[in-house]
Design a protein around this ligand. Structure first.
Ligand SMILES: Nc1nc(=O)c2c([nH]1)NC[C@@H]1CN(c3ccc(C(=O)N[C@@H](CCC(=O)O)C(=O)O)cc3)C=[N+]21
Length: 306
């Protein structure tokens, strides 16, 4: 029996359509649209593609935004100055600095310079801390997208064994926090990383296996308990141009009960969640600036946060 293939593209399209409705109402009631500004430094080829995809999705959702393209040799203080400008611009609700940054720049310092209330990536230490404490504000888009995908597919996590392969700050760590969180994942959650002696043996215990190790086509059928759900967060371009994940899809799909493909799995959900976070940032900014009456009108129109 081949696994069911989880269609992230369709789920993401539905998420974006629902968001577009909320954005249209927001614009009508409040008089402007949520705005996401993206900062792209240099000409990393994959980043250029991702940023273009984000732009397309943002426009389709009816949201405002700009892309700030800076040359690869931009200095730390120049990038920091742009971030400060965006922090202070009341028309900008969400800020995303595309990673990776060129090697001479200190990415951590830049991420910490972003106003945490505009940090729609959820990478600022304040937002990571809130998530760790079970009081999430902005949750990183990829793990949030995975949780939405599981929910939409009717895949329960409560009381199940979840294994996360990878402990990165942008995927593995927040993914583990969400899976373990009370009232969110409620799963028994294990993290495997580069110091785990036998990650395959641990992976094989998983009812739900999240693969985010950043190594092309590494996890095959031998890593998977029969009937497990497999979520592949990896994305790599092979020499022949083909996109692949961290999972050997054909092999894994023979053992799993459901699996995400690459492309068309987690990636499209990531972008949809980025736009959702930006909408929430705009709502929160409105509340903060005393737009209580307008917020009430939004709620009456059914635009409640989820
Ligand atoms: N500050 C920051 N925030 C990010 O969220 C961020 C980042 N930097 N740097 C790079 C990674 C990667 N990432 C992806 C988003 C969408 C797809 C996506 O839509 N993938 C499509 C295919 C895209 C293609 O055709 O190349 C798919 O999987 O179907 C992939 C990868 C966000 N990232």
């Amino acid at each position: 029996m081949m696994a069911r293939v989880i269609d992230g593209k369709t789920h993401a399209a539905r998420e974006r359509a629902e968001l577009a409705q909320k954005v249209a109402t927001f614009r009508r009631v409040v008089g402007y649209a949520p705005r996401l500004d993206v900062v792209l430094v240099g000409d990393h080829p994959a980043s250029a593609v991702y940023v273009r995809n984000k732009e397309k999705a943002r426009e389709q959702a009816g949201m405002e935004g700009r892309v700030h393209r800076l040359p690869a040799e931009t200095a730390q203080h120049e990038l920091a100055a742009l971030v400060a400008d965006l922090n202070h611009d009341p028309n900008v609700h969400g800020i995303l600095v595309q990673l990776p940054l060129p090697a001479h720049l200190d990415a951590q310092a830049i991420l910490e310079a972003i106003d945490p209330r505009k940090d729609v990536d959820g990478f600022h230490p304040e937002n990571v801390g809130l998530l760790a404490l079970g009081r999430p504000r902005f949750v990183p888009c990829t793990p949030l997208g995975v949780m939405r995908l599981l929910k939409a597919e009717g895949i329960a996590t409560t009381g199940r064994e979840a294994v996360v392969l990878g402990r990165s700050a942008i995927v593995g760590l927040p993914m583990s926090l969400l899976l373990a969180a009370r009232g969110t994942g409620d799963a028994t959650t294990t993290i495997c990383h580069t110091a785990t002696p036998d990650p395959r043996a641990v992976a094989r215990r998983a009812d739900l296996l999240i693969v985010a190790m950043g190594r092309a086509e590494t996890v095959d059928a031998d890593w998977i308990k029969p009937g497990a759900v497999v979520i592949d967060v990896g994305i790599h371009k092979r020499d022949d141009g083909r996109l692949v994940g961290d999972v050997v899809f054909e092999s894994a799909a023979r053992v799993a009960t459901a699996i995400t493909p690459v492309p068309g799995g987690v990636g499209p959900m990531t972008i949809a969640m980025l736009l959702n976070n930006t909408y929430e940032a705009a709502r929160a900014a409105l509340a903060h600036s005393g737009g209580v009456g307008l917020l009430a009108s939004l709620s009456e129109e059914g635009c409640v946060s989820t």
